[in-house]
Design a binder for this molecule. Structure first.
Ligand code: ADP
Length: 272
């Protein structure tokens, strides 16, 4: 699978007093198997952009190709697209509603019309992938901790076996340990399954530890799009657009500690 976005524009409430251009001329290509991060300030257009990728939001203008096929072409199945592009919303645990965790994770594949055996096999596999222990499978989702609920919700999307997994702020509201756990698990999943993962975050720290490419959004535009190292070289501009300097400094140190050469320009990095 690959995704190609061409000249995408999106305007909320077009033609009303509330009209708001949320995305302006977005051009991106996401090759299969990539682990990409989308970062930007609140309101920069991250959520709007990812909702285009599984057809939840329809572009005001521009085109999106999934595997070379125009998703806006007549007869293109948005239902199929949605089963291939799994989108984990912010606070996905609010969408857990079945009697127990296992039944909840089965919901998606069951809806695909798969036989019971296949549905259950997928649910077990997905729950294993998110690292949720078996003792929780028969519990009500409401008995789980915040981090566990989050895992169960992600498992529900994984059970659909998507080709692309998009996570919108998957660590929002979790404590630092829960945060690292979830992100480690996602990184492992990417390694194991080789699926494309798009991680949306406003935290450069979360993003840069894991991804191989960073797309920086600013006011509805793609401001930078490159390997982390290259993006960090725009340290000054990143600071200007509200991506806190200490985080960037920390990441530069991380990269240096890993033996990567970083051109720091005007910034100073202390020896690790
Ligand atoms: P992010 O995910 O980066 O926080 P969003 O995609 O949610 O950004 O928002 C992009 C812009 O679109 C913001 O200016 C936001 O206020 C606006 N916006 C988002 N959702 C709506 C909506 N339902 N109606 C009108 N404007 C919206």
């Amino acid at each position: 699978m690959s995704i190609k976005i061409e000249h995408l524009n999106y305007i909320y409430s077009q033609g009303t007093a509330y009209e708001k251009q949320a995305l302006t001329d977005i051009n991106l290509e996401l090759p299969a198997g990539q682990f990409a991060g989308i970062i930007g300030h609140t309101g920069s257009g991250k959520s709007t952009l990812i909702q285009h990728l599984n057809g939840l939001v329809r572009a005001t203008s521009g085109t999106i190709y999934y595997n070379g096929e125009n998703i806006y072409a007549e007869g293109y199945s948005m239902k199929t697209l949605r089963s291939k592009v799994g989108l984990v919303f912010q606070y996905p645990e609010y969408q857990l509603f079945e009697v127990d965790v296992f039944t909840d994770v089965c919901f998606g594949p069951k809806n695909l019309g798969l036989p019971k055996d296949e549905v259950e096999a997928r649910a077990y596999e997905a729950l294993r992938q998110v690292g949720l222990k078996e003792k929780y499978y028969k519990k009500s989702p409401f008995e789980l901790s915040g981090g566990q609920k989050r895992r169960a919700a992600i498992a529900g999307i994984l059970a659909m076996q998507p080709e692309v997994l998009i996570l919108d702020e998957p660590t929002a509201g979790l404590d630092p340990r829960g945060r690292d756990n979830i992100l480690d698990q996602i990184a492992l999943l990417h390694e194991e399954r080789k699926i494309t993962v798009i991680l949306v975050s406003h935290s450069m720290e979360d993003i840069a530890k894991y991804v191989e490419r960073i797309i920086v959004m600013q006011k509805g535009h793609v401001r930078f799009d490159d390997k982390p190292r290259q993006v960090f070289e725009h340290y000054k501009e990143l600071e200007q657009i509200g991506l806190a300097a200490p985080q960037v400094t920390y990441l530069m140190q991380e990269l240096k500690a890993r033996g990567m050469q970083v051109d720091t320009g005007a910034m100073t990095i202390e020896e690790a």
